[in-house]
Each structure stands twice: as C-alpha cells, then as structure tokens.
Design a protein around this ligand. Structure first.
Ligand code: NAD
Length: 394
C-alpha cells in the first residue's frame, strides 16, 4: 500500500496558532524521501496556503535606534515576531539551519519547512522537531528546480557546504549551491512575495587587508585559490541576490556570517571548534595550522540565529555582518578549550593551508545600529554548552 504524501503538514483546524499554541496534529511518523515536483507543489499548497500576515510594517518590534553611524542606510520598520509566518529553510538540517528551525518554531511560526539534501547535514539534527506538526523536512537538492507554488512569508537560504573539508570535497556542489540553489531560492521568493535571506559569509572578504572587516570592504579573494569554490560561490550569490532585489523587486537580506560554533557541529568537519574540543576530550595534542598567531572570532549559534531572525524581520537589504567581535589567536583559543575541557595535549603545528586568512573580526556596527543586535553568549559559556554536546558524541 502506498503511503500518503509525507509532509501534508497540518490540516488547518489543527495548526497551532497564537490563540491555541499547543495544538498538535496527530499524524503518521514522518518518512523522508525525495519528492516529485508535482508532489512538492501539492504539499506546499496544503501546508502553506493559510491566511496570515505577510512581512509587513504593522508593529515595530525593535527600537528604531539611530542610523547616524551608518550613512545611506535607512531603518524603517520590522515585524515583531515569526508568529503565524510560513517559513522555508534551505539547508535546514544542517548545524545552523537546525537551530534556526527550532527558534522559528519557538517564535510561533505557522509552519517551518526545511529543504535539505543532507549532503553535509543530518536528519538527526531535526529529528526532535518531527514531533511538532508545524515542522517538516523535505529531502531535495536545491540546485534542482523546486516546483513549489503557494505562499511563503520568509525563505532562508543556508544550503551550502560550509566547512573547508566539505567544500574541498564537494567543490562542484558548492559552486552549484551558490549559483543555482540561490537562484532557485530567489525565484521562489519572487513568485511568492517572500523575503529571502541569504546566508553569506565572512569568506567574501577573503584574506582581508582591512581589519576589522566592515561591510563596505570589498575583500581580497584569490579566485583561483583552493578556497575560491566557496568564497566565489558566496560572492556570486550576493551579486545574484542584489540583482533580484534591484531589477525584480525581490525583498532580500544578506547576512555575512562569521565563524559560528555550538552543538550539532560535526566532529569531523575540519572546523577548529569541533577539532580542538574532540582532541581535548580524547586527551590528544591540538593540531594548529601555521604558527597559531592567526586570529578568529567565535560566535555562539544562538546569538547568530537571533541575528538572522532580526535581519529577516527588518527591511535592511544591504549586507550585514553577524559575528562575535571578540578576537583571539588560534593558540589562545586552544588554551581556552583546554581550560574548559580540563584536558588536552600540547600544541603541534602543521603547515598553514594556502589562502587561510590571517585575521578575522567583524565590525558589527551595522547590526547593532540597524537590528539592535549584538552577541550575548561569551566564549566560556558557549564552549561549556558545546563541550557538553560533544562529550556525548565523542
Ligand atoms: N557555521 C559557520 O561558521 C558559518 C560561517 C559563515 C557562513 N555560514 C553559512 O551558513 C550556512 C549554514 O552553515 P552550517 O555551518 O550550518 O553548515 P552545514 O554544512 O551544517 O549546513 C549546510 C546545510 O545545507 C545542506 N545543503 C548543502 N547543499 C545543498 C543542496 N544543494 N540542496 C539542499 N541542501 C543542501 C546540507 O546538507 C546542510 O544540511 C551555509 O550557507 C554557510 O555557508 C556558516
């Protein structure tokens, strides 16, 4: 017997709402599998065709703080929360995406659809959300057309391999995600009138000559270097976003995300936080590339997600840096991990990979001024929460 389509998310009568936030739609267990375009269209029509406020300007939620520090940018109004919104998250089963889906549901979204091909994400990251009738995971490669129609209020595009290990291995997939995935997200936003938020990266600044990095800095990227598949895909994606905004009137947002860490990072993804934490937990030496004097900043994932949410609810179309401006050398960071874990060996060095940035620190004046956003979670607290997670998986 064939099963009914998977993400028939919720009959209207059972949709949790402001007046009945705890309504839960009993439904058969979710099975994730690729959908045909026709099935996707039917599913989305059912799931997302509900009346509800679209992105608008009714209730300014964040204090309209002074724009004096950011000439040329104007802050008008934002909608208070995601309550009642239908949201799609491309890359929603990844590290950041899964935390974002959680936050959107907690904020009262009417529906959250994560679209992910699981190339670097995992179904397990969002398995706990499957109990919520408002959530659905759709397994789909966003570089292929989506075939979705119907109302969406906000679309977050996070779908891209993101760690240096991943994008070295998935180099063509990374270029395609930046180009085709972003175009498909923008076309869907154009069709539905949704706000489209692009997850960009500090890598658009390359190996920066301007420090700290302010959004007006145009970067120092080697377009033929080993990191270019990621950096240039993200730069092209930003260009695409601005094209759809300028020429087709799509409501777009660009978040330039700096190094973010927290639970659900993959142990083996090659990023410095899981690498050092797992080495410390196993009592191994810390592997440092170069002499360890290069600097990085570390933003806890909850802070980043708060910035993404605020940016989506604002009307700021210029790129906005989101990151923690506390800067540390990689050696200092290794010592912080050693203290937090209470273990770990000595620091051993390996040659610095080509193109590795020597410094990284966001100037977050724009985010502070326009979004009222600044990170709140300090490194000690963020590391403690992250280590707790990794203790269970190492
Ligand atoms: N975590 C960071 O420090 C950081 C920094 C800068 C930018 N970003 C950006 O934030 C986003 C999320 O990063 P992350 O750290 O959560 O990485 P991640 O690898 O955990 O998440 C990316 C998700 O996108 C999915 N994906 C990739 N290609 C896809 C495709 N073609 N179709 C559908 N799904 C696809 C993956 O399966 C994964 O679930 C990325 O766009 C990344 O470039 C992250």
């Amino acid at each position: 017997m064939t099963k009914s389509p998977v993400w028939a998310i919720w009959p209207d009568s059972k949709v949790p709402s402001d007046s009945n936030p705890s309504a839960v739609n009993p439904r058969p267990p979710t099975v994730h599998r690729p959908h045909t375009p026709a099935a996707l269209t039917a599913i989305q029509s059912r799931a997302l065709r509900r009346p509800g406020a679209r992105m608008g300007c009714s209730k300014p939620a964040l204090p309209p703080e002074s724009n004096d520090e950011v000439p040329g940018l104007c802050y008008t109004t934002v909608v208070a929360t995601f309550s009642g919104k239908r949201v799609m998250v491309f890359g929603g089963a990844g590290f950041v995406g899964s935390h974002l889906c959680e936050r959107l549901l907690a904020d009262g979204a009417a529906g959250v659809v994560a679209v992910d091909n699981l190339c670097t994400g995992a179904e397990g990251n969002v398995a706990h959300l499957g109990k919520d009738a408002r959530f659905e995971l759709v397994r789909h490669d966003v570089t292929e057309p989506l075939g979705l129609q119907g109302p969406v209020d906000v679309l977050f595009n996070l779908a891209s391999p993101a760690s240096p290990f991943d994008y070295a291995k998935l180099w063509l997939e990374t270029l395609r995600a930046g180009a085709l995935g972003t175009q498909h997200a923008l076309e869907l936003a154009e069709k539905t009138g949704a706000v489209m938020l692009q997850a960009s990266t500090s890598e658009v600044y390359g190996d920066p000559i301007v420090h700290p990095q302010v959004e007006s800095y145009t970067g120092n990227v080697d377009c033929t270097g080993p990191r270019a598949v990621y950096d240039e895909a993200k730069r092209y994606a930003e260009t695409l976003v601005m094209g759809f905004h300028r020429h087709r009137g799509v409501k777009t947002r660009i978040a330039r995300i700096f190094n973010t860490y927290g639970p659900r990072m993959r142990l083996q993804d090659g990023r410095v936080v899981p690498a050092f934490v797992s080495q410390a937990l196993k009592g191994q030496d810390f592997t440092v590339f170069g002499d360890g004097s290069q600097t990085r900043c570390f933003c806890y994932v909850a802070d980043l997600v708060d910035g993404l949410v605020r940016l989506a609810l604002s009307d700021v179309t210029e790129p906005v840096n989101l990151g923690n401006p506390e800067e540390r050398t990689i050696r200092e960071f290794a010592e912080a991990v050693r203290r937090a874990v209470g273990g770990g060996g000595k620091i051993v060095t390996k040659p610095l990979p080509q193109g590795d940035p020597k410094v990284r620190r966001p100037d977050i004046t724009r985010a502070k001024t326009l979004l009222g956003w600044a990170p709140k979670v300090g490194l000690d607290e963020g590391l403690a929460r992250t280590i707790e997670y990794f203790r269970a998986v190492v």
